[in-house]
Design a binder for this molecule. Structure first.
Ligand SMILES: [Zn+2]
Length: 201
């Protein structure tokens, strides 16, 4: 039997192929998982997905996901130092920093890094809003917490250059971290040390 003999499953596989980060070797397993769920659980799953889609937005200042009906839990937090901004690639890295429970500043989620080979340029990221934020809100320190890869370094350098006339302290993660690593692959203590021992960029 071939997949096209069961067109409904072929169509399901085709939809799953459009989900990034889902390894292609797992597609059949995932499809089977959904097919074997009873209808009520499948409906619940779809409802949760739609509910999340309806109820969250990205903060217009830091670009972190937030509940639509609430103020951003970082940008509106009085106890957080609003003048210190940690620049992260994605929300996952933000959560890795939050897990250390040792960071009291705020964030800026870039939405990726500059990656010419993948067609990702500065205009695809939230770099312009970051520059504007630094200027308008008198940010005193920017901490680059991007991946320790050539692309991560180049992205930090690109942003730093745009800010070189401003009196702002620019720092990055501590030395000695493995090349190629990103915050979400490090354990909590390593993230904590990397941030607390940050150095001038
Ligand atoms: Zn925010």
């Amino acid at each position: 039997m071939m997949l096209h003999d069961v067109p409904s499953i072929a169509q399901l596989i085709k939809s799953l192929q459009q989900v990034p980060y889902l390894a292609s070797k797992n597609l059949y397993r995932v499809a089977e998982h959904f097919l074997e769920l009873d209808e009520r659980r499948l409906e619940q799953f779809c409802a949760v997905l739609l509910h999340a889609k309806d109820n969250v937005v990205k903060c217009s200042t830091c670009f972190c996901w937030q509940e639509k009906e609430r103020n951003c839990s970082f940008c509106f937090a009085e106890k957080r130092e609003q003048q210190i901004v940690c620049v992260v690639e994605s929300w996952q890295e933000l959560l890795a920093v939050e897990q250390t429970k040792g960071y009291t500043g705020v964030y800026h989620v870039l939405g990726g890094i500059i990656y010419p080979l993948e067609g990702v340029g500065p205009e695809d990221l939230t770099i312009e809003p970051l520059i504007k934020r630094v200027k308008d809100k008198n940010i005193s320190e920017l901490i680059f917490a991007l991946s320790l890869t050539p692309e991560g370094e180049a992205t930090s350098a690109y942003i730093a250059k745009k800010l070189d006339t401003l009196p702002i302290k620019i720092t990055c993660l501590a030395r000695g971290l493995p090349v190629g690593s990103s915050l979400n692959t490090m354990d909590r203590l390593t993230v904590f040390k990397a941030l607390s021992e940050r150095r001038p960029f």
